[in-house]
Design a protein around this ligand. Sequence first.
Ligand code: GLV
Ligand code: MN
Ligand code: MN
Length: 412
Amino acid sequence: MKLTINQNRLSQELEALAEFSDAPAPAVTRIVFSDQDLKARGWLKNLCLAAGLDVRQDAVGNTFARWHGSDRGAPAVGTGSHIDAIPHSGRYDGTVGVLGGLEAIRALQESGFQPRRSLEVLLFTSEEPTRFGIGCLGSRLLSGTLDSSVDQTLRDADKRSLQQIRTGAGFTGALETVRLSPDYYSAFVELHIEQGPLLERRCVPLGAVTAIAAPASLRIEIEGQGGHAGAVLMPDRHDAFLAAAELALELEAAARATGSTDSVATTGVCDIFPRAINSIPSRVHVEADIRDIDAVRRDSMIDRLEESCAEVAARRGVSITREFINRDAPAACDPGIVAAIASVCEENGFPFDRMVSRAYHDSLFMARICPTAMLFIPCRNGVSHRPDEYSSPEAIAQGTLVLAQTLAKLAS
Ligand code: GLV
Ligand code: MN
Ligand code: MN
């Protein structure tokens, strides 16, 4: 089978998708169910229809575009990723897996290949946590990791519920119907930029992902005492922000102390109230993200943070409460799919590495319901979640070729 990836078509489509943005180029901001996200979804749906795929959308907006195989009763082979983009980010995170998945299917169609199993490209809703505070919303629901009560409990910054927002965007129906049966897919493969520096540093064009790190995130509310920035004497203060600052530094120390490069911790949100230069912060809302490929080591960082919360609260005379947003287990990729990716690379003479994913992906949750693996391609300087995120058209086309050949093996 002679497979040709149409590199120009794919590059042009990535460029066109990046135009659906609430930030000026080269930055991309595409928040789930915003007007730009809905327009981008419509545009993508038309591309799928033009490729002759059967398109369906579920109640939370996960979108499935299927090329029927000769055995319609057999579990399908899935691929895909997300198109939502965090504020002021780049154009390749997620989009390479969606448009690359579609291009892989089109290349297989054009080659004359006839799949036995159906092949499906999947656009997951809200991989990014921006709007509802939790990442991988669509894949958590598909895998039964979240239940339908989130329809009311998840709210955006304007306090609108998931149900209000999704139905307003045209995704109606009961959230219970989103869950996929375990025999829906026989395999799932997600193509993604690495979002780290390793492939580029080693001059290796492809990564076969063997495991995905376990993410946890929590909200911390700190209540101290406000007051006049000039008049309140230093020994009398209960400054909520200084407590937050100590916790952020302690969390950094906890991640460094494990001695493993797989341990990472980030304090990405810190909202100060009342936020006035001449007023002592009385209340602070903090959100922290803690990850490791080893769940026990990840939990040891959480334990250390919890000990510091107690110590800092007592010493500074502030109250600190915590709530987990998510605390997920890591995922092991399916050895059979990793072997299929490896053999495709070997057949082509493409060097590849087996590696872990420190970022999370919808594959973390797909792995709970079907054999799953990921394929990474390099990105410049390992940069992601920034406007200067970049992966070359050649690297994307090479990843898409390996994806297409892997899908063909899995669907035969
Ligand atoms: C995904 O965007 C992540 O934060 O890993
Ligand atoms: Mn991302
Ligand atoms: Mn992503």
